[in-house]
Design a binder for this molecule. Structure first.
Ligand SMILES: CC(C)(COP(=O)(O)OP(=O)(O)OC[C@H]1O[C@@H](n2cnc3c(N)ncnc32)[C@H](O)[C@@H]1OP(=O)(O)O)[C@@H](O)C(=O)NCCC(=O)NCCS
Length: 217
């Protein structure tokens, strides 16, 4: 649904690697589908699944284009297999990413729809006003193809992320709009800092204290 994908990813052989620019479009589709049923997606975009995927895809393309070269952008997949998931995380002091060039901003407005783009803008502004000031890694996006969720791909991506965070001995921060994710992130060492409401949707802000590298060995 919503974009080119020929077959289901082979999750048992999925490997995590840095995304190359050529994989940007595929990963944008995967992430667009991953988030299509999340509460904020339903509240901000609404409509059919297809509509949400189309709208998300443009937002994800813009995020990925801005993140490549500035952030950790991981893709889970292997060789000729379709991608199964991806992760975007900003190193300390890289948040917020610079605004996209004007042409891309216009394409995003058109691709997402004006009202939807404005709503996301308000949400990011609201979340941004609560963003921690202390230097930290920011887990901006992690998503897995809906039909392979719950099979370890997200955990594999999160292991890569937390390994880097611990190698840097830095704290980490994220927000999530799915209660099911809270336990997953707690498993990776995050604690709930606060629960807020954004457009009426509960959102959990989570923080992970810095760990020194030897602690991990
Ligand atoms: C959150 C997400 C990235 C986790 O990836 P995943 O590959 O499904 O997760 P894993 O299989 O590695 O781990 C699953 C664990 O998380 C929990 N979980 C969270 N979301 C789940 C889902 N949709 N399906 C199954 N398990 C889920 C399970 O309880 C499981 O715990 P367990 O290991 O104790 O059984 C993925 O479910 C996803 O893309 N969700 C939609 C988008 C989203 O919410 N992204 C995070 C935004 S902050």
């Amino acid at each position: 649904m919503g974009g080119p994908r020929i077959s289901t990813p082979n999750v048992t052989s999925a490997r995590v690697s840095d995304l190359e620019a050529s994989g940007l479009e595929d990963l944008a589709w995967v992430l667009a589908r991953a988030f299509r049923d999340n509460p904020l997606n339903l509240a901000v975009i609404g409509g059919s699944k297809e509509r949400r995927v189309r709208s998300n895809r443009q937002g994800m393309r813009t995020t990925l284009a801005g993140a490549l070269g500035r952030a950790m952008v991981l893709a889970a997949g292997s060789g000729s297999e379709p991608l199964a998931g991806g992760l975007v995380a900003l190193p300390p002091l890289q948040w917020p990413l610079p605004p996209p060039p004007l042409g891309l901003q216009l394409r995003t407005l058109i691709g997402q729809g004006l009202r939807v783009a404005r709503r996301w803008g308000q949400i990011f502004h609201e979340l941004g006003s609560l963003h921690p000031i202390r230097p930290h890694w920011y887990l901006a996006v992690v998503g897995v193809e809906p039909d392979v969720q719950g099979r370890g791909v997200g955990s594999e991506l999160l292991h890569h992320f937390t390994r880097q965070v611990d190698a840097d001995a830095q704290p980490a921060y994220l927000e999530t709009d799915r209660f099911e994710n809270v336990a997953l992130y707690e498993h990776f060492g995050f604690d709930v800092e606060s629960e807020i409401r954004v457009r009426g949707v509960p959102v959990w802000r989570m923080w992970r204290d810095a760990r020194s590298y030897p602690e991990q060995l």
